[in-house]
Ligand binder design. Structure first.
Ligand code: ATR
Length: 271
């Protein structure tokens, strides 16, 4: 039996064992998947022991995504651009590949599950932290007309424009200077975690806009409620969570599990 785990701090409420258990049952893969709590500063020691003991792969969540990026022997392009690793995979030659599947999970949820378009659309990303950095390359690969990054601290959004301008049309501003008329607004800021709403003009939403919050929960987030009141179609980040897991499963096992039944199972449990 091949062994996998998700590592973080805290980790108790991680849904990853449920998700990968469901993927394994669905595909008939014989794997074990655990959650492991590691103290801050202890990632490298944990990972060394885990792989020495025969582990095949890790999912990595807060606060260890940067440690995992340093620990990997090689990085995928999207992990290098994100500067963060959420998936480690032992390769045939014994080296450890670091990937970041968060952005691909977001894109899959938006395009395949929700059926929203990205190509030729105007996108607004709220926030300029790790969540935004991880999403930029996979979103730009879908050829949007433009991605505008708006952040409470405008200078951090400007930095992302500098880092990613070679990959596609991106621009940046503070939250108070956002242009109007976006087709898709993705909230990648930590505002929802604090139960807060980034102060935005209603004009940022084009008619028929879509609004996506990377945060998920039993209730719609303040951002989703705001957008819904303005007529937008909304979604939370539960599908991104399942999507990033599906990408990790594919990296490890070479099989693409169906996300919809797993997402619907988790949704029913959340309510
Ligand atoms: P993550 O890795 O989840 O993106 P992060 O790197 O701490 O976390 O970044 C959090 C992002 O949420 C930042 O863009 C932050 O804005 P600042 O750069 O100005 O700090 C944004 N953020 C956090 N709380 C917010 C709030 N209440 N309203 C708006 N933006 C907020």
């Amino acid at each position: 039996t091949d062994c996998y785990a998700v590592v973080g701090n805290p980790i108790a409420h991680s849904l990853s064992p449920r998700i990968h258990g469901a993927f394994a049952a669905q595909t008939g893969e014989d794997i074990r998947y655990e959650k492991r709590l590691v103290e801050k500063g202890g990632f490298a020691d944990f990972a060394r022991d885990f792989f020495a003991a025969g582990g095949c792969g890790l999912n990595v969540t807060l606060p260890f995504k940067l440690d995992a990026c340093e620990f990997a022997d090689t990085l995928t392009e999207r992990a290098r651009a994100a500067g963060a690793v959420n998936t480690l995979a032992l390769q045939q030659n014994g080296t450890l590949l670091g990937d970041n599947t968060d952005g691909a999970g977001l894109v899959a949820d938006i395009k395949d599950y929700l059926g929203w378009a990205i190509e030729d659309r105007k996108l607004l990303l709220l926030g300029a932290g790790g969540a935004t950095r991880g999403a930029l390359l996979p979103l730009l690969a879908e050829k949007p007309a433009q991605i505008h990054i708006a952040n409470r601290t405008a200078q951090k959004a400007q930095q992302l424009v500098q880092d990613f301008s070679g990959y596609g049309p991106i621009s940046a501003s503070g939250l108070d200077a956002v242009p109007a008329g976006f087709d898709l607004v993705v909230n990648a800021s930590a505002a929802s975690l604090a139960g807060e709403l980034p102060p935005l003009s209603p004009l940022v939403l084009a008619t028929g806009a879509w609004a996506y919050d990377m945060v998920y929960g039993a209730e719609p987030t303040p951002f989703m409620r705001w957008a819904e009141q303005l007529g937008a179609e909304t979604a939370d980040g539960l599908g991104m969570l399942v999507g990033q897991a599906a990408e990790a499963f594919y990296l490890w096992r070479g099989l693409r599990p169906a996300v919809a039944p797993v997402l619907e199972m988790l949704r029913a449990e959340l309510r």
